[in-house]
Design a protein around this ligand. Sequence first.
Ligand code: CP3
Length: 354
Amino acid sequence: MYDFPPLQNDLLLRAARGEDTPRTPVWMMRQAGRYLPEYRALRAGESFFKVCRTPALAAEVTLQPIERFDLDAAIIFSDILVVPQAMGMEVRMEKGEGPVFPEPLRQPDDLDRLLTPDVSTELGYVFDALTAVRRALAGRVPLIGFCGGPWTLMAYMVEGAGSKQFAQARSWLHRYPLAAHELLRCLTDILADYLIRQVEAGAQVVQVFDSWAGLLGPREFATFSLPYLRDLAHRFKQAHPEAPCIVFARGAHHALKALADTEYDVIGLDWTMDPVAARKKTGHKTLQGNLDPAVLFAKPSTIRAEVRRMLEAFGPRRHIANLGHGMHPNHDPAHARIFVDAVHEFSETMRAPE
Ligand code: CP3
């Protein structure tokens, strides 16, 4: 463990633990990325994965939104697909197309191609980037580490690219259930180790992105995603009981109650989920979310009105404000600022005594 300067803004950590905060903490999924001109400038000279693999560049990009906006957390610049890469799969980031795996897993035999990586060496560049960012932050805000959920990573590894339906990945669950479980188990083992080491390198919070959870029906989710998500949180918490752990299972409306019964401290909501209904299902858990990113395309007064509505729906406690999914490359940074500032302004006045 390193010796890092103390945190000056621990709002997110306190909200994650269910403690009162003077205002609602806020960050944005995909807060570093193509909507920022300074990101596009840096990316003009380097490939996406080159940026991820170069700690100084990854650190610089992580800090870009922090320098610009009054955010309450930084999230390490990386990608969920660095884990399949470390397992020996080639992943290309094609312009306008998103991720492509030239040789996806087609049948159970293909699992033999996968390596069990030594996480500390194969993903050492992520840990180095986390340590560099944590130093550069000098305690300004907490640093979030992350990984993909086992099912979401399997979906990309089998499908070979992003897809609306991930039909091949879903059919694997029914054609080759044993091989699917074997792959999910193996991913979970690697991810647990990966998340634990991210904290040792400097992350103070971690988030698991199960972005494609919503493609599964309730039974499939309960069989192929939830047990692995649960185990991931359990193993993480055994190692780092003090570090909050967030789960974002996009689209999994039916799973909110089951997720609340795991060791995740915070349940992320996408914008199609109703905060009031979610509160009833998740008891005392802190919730994160969930403004529709499309709202950021509207005029400032609309953004502010929607932020107010969101804050009222969640209430002043046990809430970490965020979007219901990531920033879009066409978003205007000025509108991101309106979102962040409105969260702080309204959440502070909502707490003020009459
Ligand atoms: O600021 C942050 O949030 C940290 C960085 C971050 C990236 N990817 C950078 C990125 C994070 C947390 C992710 C997670 C991620 N990656 C997810 C889960 C979140 C979600 O959106 O549901 C998923 C599904 C991926 C896989 C992935 N990576 C896709 C589908 C794409 C292409 C789509 C897109 O947005 O372009 C990527 C590429 C990617 N990851 C970019 C960034 C900034 C854009 C690549 C570029 O710079 O050209």
